[in-house]
Design a protein around this ligand. Structure first.
Ligand SMILES: C[S@@+](CC[C@H](N)C(=O)[O-])C[C@H]1O[C@@H](n2cnc3c(N)ncnc32)[C@H](O)[C@@H]1O
Length: 274
């Protein structure tokens, strides 16, 4: 029997697949099928050329980013623990004629479900809060990286995650540091605020920036950079407004981070150039 957090999070994410597949805005499946890339300017600039490289995408949801990397020429493999997400990702791959592999697995059990080493391990936007144990996650990342391979993460910033709008001011609403799971039962999601869910309980963890960085260092990776950005990838706070590049800002403020990115490498012989 899976642990409660795993069972309830998986059930909620499984149900959200159909909700998000219908959602306009954040996901917009029809535009994706017509050729729109779901990759954003930050990861496109920072990951760089992927043509001919093997790329493992952790927590891929229903695979639009995985398939977008494949459209850029990567040999892409997506992983998610929600069966409905993997079913839809495989259907999309066939429908748009873009080959990619998809594996249904808890990220913590991936070594039992997937073989091989990858040039790039990629994960993005809303992934870390579902993981109770970053050191074990970082070991999974390191396990799947080829020597010289690159790990890339772009994620909501843990400082931005604890901020809320209150009476026209931004205030700190909870601990910046991990104090154990926050268990919430609530309908709706970031892509459809009005969705009514049968499986509406989620278990989430707050991880500080040092927890993320140190877990990767302890797994043997070399940190190449950490970047912080004063904008979010979705309207995380009610006061946020969207810029022309699709990033969300608190008006007249650029003094708090809402997004960070990180690149790390597995030490080893340099990769051949493609
Ligand atoms: C916010 S979504 C990621 C969004 C993604 N950037 C995208 O392209 O849509 C988080 C994903 O993590 C997956 N997930 C959560 N916990 C997981 C776990 N332990 N193992 C594997 N996948 C997990 C969920 O099923 C969900 O698809």
């Amino acid at each position: 029997m899976a642990e409660t957090w795993l069972r309830e999070n998986r059930a909620r994410w499984n149900e959200l697949v159909a909700v998000h597949a219908r959602a306009r805005g954040t996901y917009d499946l029809e535009a994706f099928k017509a050729g729109r890339s779901t990759l954003r300017s930050v990861e496109l600039a920072e990951v760089g050329e992927v043509r001919g490289k093997s790329l493992l995408h952790l927590q891929c949801h229903f695979g639009m980013d995985t398939l977008s990397w494949a459209r850029h020429g990567a040999k892409a493999t997506g992983v998610d623990f929600a069966p409905a997400a993997i079913d839809l990702a495989r259907e999309l791959s066939v429908e748009i004629g873009v080959p990619a592999e998809f594996v249904c697995s808890n990220v913590y059990e991936l070594a039992e479900n997937l073989d091989g080493e990858f040039d790039i391990v990629f994960t993005s936007y809303g992934v870390l809060c579902w993981l109770p144990d970053l050191p074990t996650w970082a070991n999974v990342v390191a396990h799947f990286l080829a020597p010289g391979g690159v790990f890339y993460l772009v994620e909501q910033h843990p400082v931005g995650n604890v901020m809320v709008d209150r009476d026209g001011a931004l205030v700190v609403s909870e601990s910046y540091f991990d104090t154990g799971p926050v268990v919430v039962s609530a309908d709706g999601s970031y892509a459809d605020r009005n969705a009514v869910l049968q499986n509406n309980t989620s278990h989430e963890w707050q991880h500080s920036l040092s927890d993320v960085v140190n877990s990767l260092i302890e797994a043997g990776l070399r940190i190449e950079f950490v970047h912080e950005f004063p904008f979010a990838m979705f309207p995380q706070l009610a006061s946020m407004v969207e810029d022309e590049g699709g990033w969300w800002h608190v008006p007249r403020r650029d003094d708090l981070p809402f997004l960070f990115s990180l690149k790390a490498t597995r030490p080893g012989p340099p990769q051949p150039s493609y």
